[in-house]
Write a protein that binds this ligand. Structure first.
Ligand code: BYC
Length: 472
């Protein structure tokens, strides 16, 4: 077990005190991070006590210590999972060689770009969610939002550590740039598409946590396989925190679905908007939107970038070491969907260039499991409605389907049909205005907004009326 040193200004389990140069670089970055947090982090609430979980060690039990913390005083730090003795590179051209403890010179630029792309998403999500506190449906949800936010902040620290520790001056410049780009900014946007979208209300927040954080899970799991050991250990620890974010998303949407069903039964109608609920048809449109945006985050179906990341030993497959093949993939093929004129067809492509699509497959299976659980809730209320994931080609901006219009059930459609139907498939301005109209803050202990059911249990087994955020 590696205890975390909380005596240092930057809590860590990487013996920071012994590395004066790195310590100086991070101490130089810390006030800039705090400035960014004040400017771009959660609006309001910065001086409030929030019941947060803080990591105190990186073993199975130690990363969950609960207590009241003011967000700017959260102990953001640098925690790597325990090293594995004699770890090897498990795939690609360097398979079998000892894992790298230092950046391999020939892959420096590629590795840096991967770390920067990952790092950029973390502050981006905090920026996207910064106004949500004002309209929280309950203190329970407000606390969960802030937990997610501080942990995304810590994930930024995790990537900045790698940049500062291993990439010298370039790394320090990239660390600064991570604080300078802004989600949705015309001139200096965040790197990946989904992180420039708005998260204007809590329905989109829960969908983001379900769909977009789950991309985080799959990308981090692939980077956790990296032959560059510090990246692997960093991502392994980040994954423990990521699980809570997906829990927030899945249970958040599940509670909205539950409330819709309750209102449908109570009032014997599908039109729960009349009673202040979010109807299932509207929820389906948000599923379509957030799923398609998140599918883009896996990149093109056929990608030489992905092949190179793999061959170089920098980014593996999901659960690489559990797979029973040669871990080089020079000969195999993989089924990838693409376009043949107006038809969507499956082709066998070389396995190496198909790695983005393979990861997207793993992701879709995982999303479907969550959607099935939402459908169980619907079924348990005797309601005849099934939520579905949109076809993977629906509304894509990256990859083979970027130039065509595809319906949620996977038909290539004409522009005329798209124009006639897209309002049935995606949230309209009216839907947005309706959902926004529901966003009135509820901050009394134990109370819940009318459009969402209460959680099944409290955080850390706290009572229903627990004061998760002290507002006075
Ligand atoms: N938007 O070969 P291609 C998370 C670019 S989420 C904009 O298709 P590649 C989190 C691409 O960069 C996880 N641009 O794709 C969740 C490339 O640019 P260049 C984040 C895009 O490179 C919630 C070009 O298009 N982590 O942690 O195989 C809250 C052609 O690229 C997009 C990572 O993503 C897009 N969607 O794969 C908080 C892991 N997609 O080279 C946090 C690191 C592609 O032509 N990143 N492009 O300039 C990667 O592994 C890869 O960069 C990608 C793209 C999977 C993203």
């Amino acid at each position: 077990m590696a205890p975390i040193d909380y005596i240092e200004r930057i809590p860590n389990n990487v013996s920071l005190a012994e590395n004066r140069r790195l310590l100086r670089a991070l101490e130089d970055w810390q006030p800039k991070f705090l400035e960014w947090w004040h400017d771009m982090g959660p609006e309001g609430f910065q001086s409030r006590d929030v019941y947060l979980r803080t990591a105190v060690s990186v073993d199975a039990r130690g990363w969950a210590q609960f207590g009241y913390v003011k967000m700017p005083e959260y102990r953001w730090g640098i925690f790597l999972a325990e090293p594995e003795a004699d770890r090897r590179i498990n795939f690609g051209d360097h398979q079998g060689q000892p894992a790298w403890q230092e950046v391999p010179g020939e892959y420096r630029g590629t590795l840096r770009r991967l770390i920067v792309t990952q790092g950029d998403t973390e502050p981006a999500s905090v920026e996207q969610q910064r106004h949500l506190g004002r309209t929280c449906p309950s203190l329970y949800d407000l606390r969960n939002l802030f937990q997610v936010n501080v942990e995304e902040g810590r994930h930024l620290w995790a990537m900045v550590y790698l940049l500062d520790a291993h990439f010298g001056r370039d790394g320090r410049e990239e660390s600064e740039a991570l604080l300078q780009r802004r989600s949705g900014d015309h001139d200096k946007p965040r790197i990946l598409g989904a992180f420039n979208e708005r998260t204007p209300h809590w329905l989109s927040f829960f969908m983001f946590c379900f769909f977009t954080d789950r991309d985080g899970k799959y990308q981090l799991a692939s980077l956790a396989e990296s032959g560059f050991d510090p990246l692997s250990r960093t991502c392994r620890f980040m994954l423990t925190e990521e699980a809570h974010h997906m829990f927030v998303g899945e249970t958040g949407v599940g509670r909205i679905v539950q409330r819709a069903c309750e209102l449908m039964r109570e009032h014997k109608t599908d039109d729960v908007r009349r009673y202040g609920g979010i109807d299932l048809a509207t929820i389906q449109k948000y599923v379509n939107f957030h799923c398609s945006v998140s599918l883009d985050l896996f990149g093109s179906e056929v990608s030489t970038n992905a092949a190179n990341f793999y061959t170089m030993g920098l980014k593996g497959r999901f659960e690489e070491t559990k797979k029973d093949d040669d871990h080089r993939l020079k000969d195999g093929t993989y089924p990838v969907i693409g376009l043949d004129g107006e038809e969507i067809v499956t082709r066998q492509e070389p396995a190496l260039v198909s790695l983005n699509e393979r990861l997207r497959d793993d992701y879709i299976v995982d999303c479907q499991r969550g959607v099935n659980r939402w459908n169980e809730i619907i079924k348990s209320h005797g309601v005849d409605f099934t939520l579905t994931l949109p076809h993977r080609a629906f509304r894509r901006a990256i990859g083979a389907f970027a130039e065509v219009r595809v319906s949620p059930d996977g038909r290539v459609v004409s522009q005329a049909e798209w124009d006639a139907r897209h309002r049935d498939w995606l949230p309209t301005e009216e839907d947005e205005a309706y959902v926004a109209s529901l966003m009135q803050p509820v901050t009394e202990r134990g109370k819940m907004a009318n459009w969402i059911a209460p959680p099944a249990r409290g955080i850390n087994s706290q009572a229903e009326d627990f004061e998760y955020v002290r507002l006075t």
